[in-house]
Design a protein around this ligand. Structure first.
Ligand code: SAM
Length: 195
């Protein structure tokens, strides 16, 4: 079926606001509804690509919570936390590891306007000691309830929207495709338009 001009304009408008310098790294976040909700938030905020560490042989599974967002936010698999962290650091990201400890910094005190990767941990165990040791900064979303942690997708959305808020306040949210390199933009637009 030919691509309608209105559809093309819609794809372009969304890609124009994508940010290659904001991402998430999910360490063994494997429940389909969590993975789905996280990618949906990534899409809503304008995250270009997400990253994940999985056990050998497992594949990501999404459900209807994703609303198709997995199609618009590619999820890159890494064999280990060390590989993922090294790859993101090579790309210039500062890694913020979510950690429910007393020495983690309140996320509202951090500057997420530079290249930012939020590292989120498994539903049951949280971030591994390996990942915790490798991140640049441990952060926490302060809570005052009876339950000790947030759902991982809620924590991800909270952090991503704070990053978006800071970038909007600083006038740093792209609106004409400047959030990714020109050749990357053209390639992604083609992939979206002609899947
Ligand atoms: N018992 C686990 C622990 O101690 O980390 C709880 C894991 S929690 C259900 C799953 C993930 O959600 C965490 O690894 C973290 O990435 C994120 N998370 C949950 N609550 C958070 C909070 N208050 N601040 C930052 N991240 C949080």
């Amino acid at each position: 079926m030919p691509l309608l001009p209105r559809r093309f304009e819609r794809l372009k408008a969304v890609l124009d606001r994508r940010m290659a310098d904001l991402t998430v790294l999910l360490e063994h976040v494997e429940k389909p509804h969590n993975l789905s909700a996280i990618l949906r938030s990534c899409d809503a905020v304008g995250v270009l690509e997400a990253h994940a560490v999985w056990l050998e042989g497992r594949l990501p599974t999404f459900n209807s919570t994703a609303q198709g967002s997995q199609k618009w936010v590619p999820l890159h698999r890494h064999p280990s936390a060390a590989d993922a962290v090294a790859a993101l650091k090579r790309q210039g990201f500062r890694l913020y590891g979510t950690h429910l400890s007393a020495d983690a910094v309140d996320y509202r005190q951090c500057d997420f306007t530079g290249p930012t990767a939020f590292v989120l941990g498994a539903e049951k165990w949280g971030l591994s000691p390996e990942a915790t040791a490798l991140v640049d900064q441990a952060i926490v979303i302060p809570m005052s309830g009876m339950v000790q942690s947030l759902n991982v997708s809620v924590a991800t959305a909270t952090l991503l929207f704070e990053a978006l808020r800071q970038r909007q306040a600083a006038g740093l949210v792209p609106c004409q495709g400047e959030g990714l390199a020109p050749e990357h933009y053209q390639r992604r637009l083609f992939e979206w338009a002609y899947p």
